[in-house]
Write a protein that binds this ligand. Structure first.
Ligand code: MRU
Length: 357
């Protein structure tokens, strides 16, 4: 059984419920979002985070937007509202492409319905909810498939290093980078995990350690600075991380610190895997230089939960993500198969495969 990170409660008049990840691991609380403003804030402040989970939440966000459409609206007016609100939600975070992908997908199905002769507002709202449910269900399936394809890469008796959180808390299902670990655990493989704490917001220490513990997987938290020393001692057999956006050539944006790990892995001969669903690929950009990197508030670096860690007014650099060159990635594990030594051609070939369910 997996943690339910995000779910829609009720029918077309329902609301969105999510685990408030800002509070983990000290408190487990659910957060209800009943309008797009509440959801925007939840995404911006990382109550919900992780590329696929943001996409699913945003898709449901358009159900919240549809709730606020006046009863007498026709298809054109309903679409104006949905388009405005999709643009608004899209501005909550810039890097994870799943956000734009999911909003665009819902917007397109809403548009197809809005132009029908027999338009009713109820039918419009049903259409949007159905599409959002489909995105959430597919995400669960994609996570499972990534787990199945990735499980053979988890060595029996081995040790895996992961960064940030690309688990159940980051998706609607059992995660991306952590999914092969869950499958390996299910098959009774013996292995253990090192979780980078992931400064500055500690997604590894707070979230990955928490969810792996819930699953009974042996986990050790390390400061990000310790990974190199572990590799030098030969104590890491593979690195598996998630992704926020993968360009057509395989360059991959993920949580800040991922690029450094890829350099370390190459220097120590450790395989470096990225696990991500097809919804995380952005084939419209040729390489990683076109990925927008989110810059976050410097307070995230200089304070933690209200405690000051650095002097007031000191300069701060706080990019939330970095880009790992495709050449440093051993393989990308997707729901359609494993892309070894990713290139534009191998990515296009694997992504063109029909999804297996
Ligand atoms: O800032 P976050 O916590 O949203 O960053 C999350 C990551 O970088 C994850 O590794 C990525 O989104 C993949 S989640 C399956």
């Amino acid at each position: 059984m997996f943690i339910e990170t995000v779910k829609w409660v009720g029918g077309i008049d329902g609301h969105l419920e999510m685990i408030d990840q800002r509070l983990l691991p000290s408190r487990f609380e659910l957060l209800a979002c009943r309008d797009t403003e509440a959801l925007f804030e939840a995404i911006r402040t990382l109550a919900i985070r992780g590329a696929p989970a943001i996409g699913v939440a945003a898709a449901y966000g358009l159900c919240l937007a549809a709730r606020a459409i006046p009863q007498d609206a026709d298809g054109a007016r309903a679409m104006i509202r949905i388009t405005q609100q999709a643009d608004y939600l899209a501005s909550s975070r810039p890097t994870a492409v799943n956000l734009f992908w999911a909003l665009d997908r819902v917007r397109r199905s809403a548009h197809a319905y809005a132009t029908l002769k027999g338009f009713t507002l109820e039918g419009f709202r049903e259409t949007i909810l159905t599409q959002a449910h489909a995105i959430a269900d597919e995400d669960k399936q994609m996570c499972l498939q990534i787990g199945r394809f990735g499980e053979p890469l988890v060595p029996d008796g081995g040790t895996i290093l992961t960064h940030c959180n690309a688990g159940a808390l980051a998706t609607a299902g059992q995660g991306t980078a952590l999914s092969p670990l869950y499958e390996a655990h299910r098959k009774s493989k013996r292995f253990s995990v090192f979780a980078d704490e992931t400064r500055p917001l500690l997604q590894g220490a707070r979230l990955t350690a928490w969810e792996l513990q819930q699953a009974g997987i042996e986990t050790t938290v390390i400061c990000d600075t310790m990974a190199a020393w572990l590799m030098k001692q030969g104590r890491i057999d593979a690195v598996i991380v998630g992704a926020d956006r993968i360009a057509a050539n395989g360059d991959t944006a993920n949580k800040i610190g991922t690029y450094g790990l890829s350099v370390l892995a190459a220097a120590h001969g450790v395989p470096f895997y990225v696990a991500a669903p097809s919804s995380t690929f952005d084939l419209s950009i040729p390489d990683g230089s076109r990925i927008v990197i989110e810059q976050r508030n410097g307070e995230e670096v200089t304070t933690f939960r209200g405690i000051r860690l650095a002097p007031e007014d000191v300069g701060v650099y706080n990019p939330a993500f970095d880009v790992t060159d495709a050449s440093r990635i051993t393989a990308i594990i997707t729901e359609r198969g494993v892309i070894e030594r990713p290139t534009k051609e191998t990515i296009a070939e694997v992504l063109s495969r029909v999804r297996r369910s």
